[in-house]
Design a protein around this ligand. Structure first.
Ligand SMILES: [Zn+2]
Length: 295
């Protein structure tokens, strides 16, 4: 098997290997890490263990005596999907970066900071790897085929892959022909937003620091059930200057984050025949540096 040269390439190859061997989802990253690296490399991942250090979600470190690698993780993390994504992230460092460093310590900040600067390049690459390994696009499309997207459906897909809601929604935005956008906010200010390809072509995007629309805040304060599955129609000028939108919202108590999923149903879907892989993590990093806008 030829060796991939990119994080996405590694993620896709290992994901295919997992499926071809008849294994079910979610990908058991621990099993995969131990088995595949043992077969292919002289310095395999020899150990995957909890480390009991809070604040460091995951670590990859070389063991001097044995010459192999250890992946360790914070087992006290209770957010669904976080541990699996962390393990995949660390495995990404192993496949893509272990020649550069003997130790990687990764925290919540590093993994969720989609707008990281160049020094965070390795973190972004590890996220890309994890996304492709855990959520293969073909299978993802099969899970949502013929259904209207909803928070509930994305939640079910997240359960299938043992990934977080955010990582799952980003993957959906990567592959959907719809115009839609994910917006993550804290304290009524937007931390980051990510449009689908089609939404991006309509310039749907809200930069970090933008205030959350007042009507959305009002709705949050009056709604009794924040994780309901209801789409709420809102006029142009709320999420986009000229487009009507539908919004759905989840409040994440754990990180005091408010996550909006926004659709622009009036924008016609365009299915690109020759679809290049549209990589949300890559685009996000590009946006941070002022590149890629309008893509
Ligand atoms: Zn990392």
């Amino acid at each position: 098997m030829t060796e991939p040269t990119t994080p996405a390439g590694w993620g896709i190859q290992l994901s295919k290997l997992w499926i071809a061997s008849g294994q079910p989802f979610p990908v058991d990253v621990k099993l995969l890490a131990l088995e595949v690296t043992k077969q292919r490399f002289e310095d395999p991942v020899g150990l995957v263990v909890p480390h009991g250090v809070s604040g460091i979600d995951g670590m990859l470190s070389k063991r001097a005596k044995k010459g192999d690698w250890c992946i360790s993780y914070d087992e006290s993390v209770t957010v669904p999907g976080r541990i699996n994504f962390t393990l995949a992230h660390e495995l990404g460092h192993y496949f893509c970066h272990r020649q550069r460093q003997a130790e990687f310590r990764c925290g919540q900040g590093a993994m969720l900071d989609y707008y990281g600067d160049a020094s965070r390049k390795l973190e972004k690459e590890a996220n890309v790897f994890a996304s492709y390994l855990l959520m293969p696009a073909t299978d993802f499309r099969q899970q949502i085929d013929g259904q209207t997207i909803s928070l509930e459906l994305l939640g079910a897909v997240a359960d299938r892959y043992e990934t977080s809601f955010t990582a799952t929604a980003l993957k959906w935005l990567e592959i959907t022909p719809e115009a839609a956008m994910l917006v993550v906010a804290r304290d009524e200010f937007i931390c980051w937003s990510y449009p689908s390809r089609q939404a991006s072509s309509k310039r749907a995007y809200l930069p970090p620091g933008t205030e959350v629309p007042a009507t959305a805040i009002e709705r949050l304060q009056t709604a009794t059930n924040h994780s309901g599955n209801n789409w709420c129609s809102v006029p142009p000028g709320v999420w986009h200057p000229s487009l009507e939108a539908e919004e759905a919202v989840i409040v994440s108590d754990q990180f005091e984050l408010t996550i909006f999923l926004v659709r622009f149903p009036s924008v016609r879907e365009v299915v690109h025949e020759e679809e290049t892989e549209h990589d949300s993590f890559d685009v996000l990093a590009g946006l941070a540096q002022g590149f890629d806008w309008g893509r």
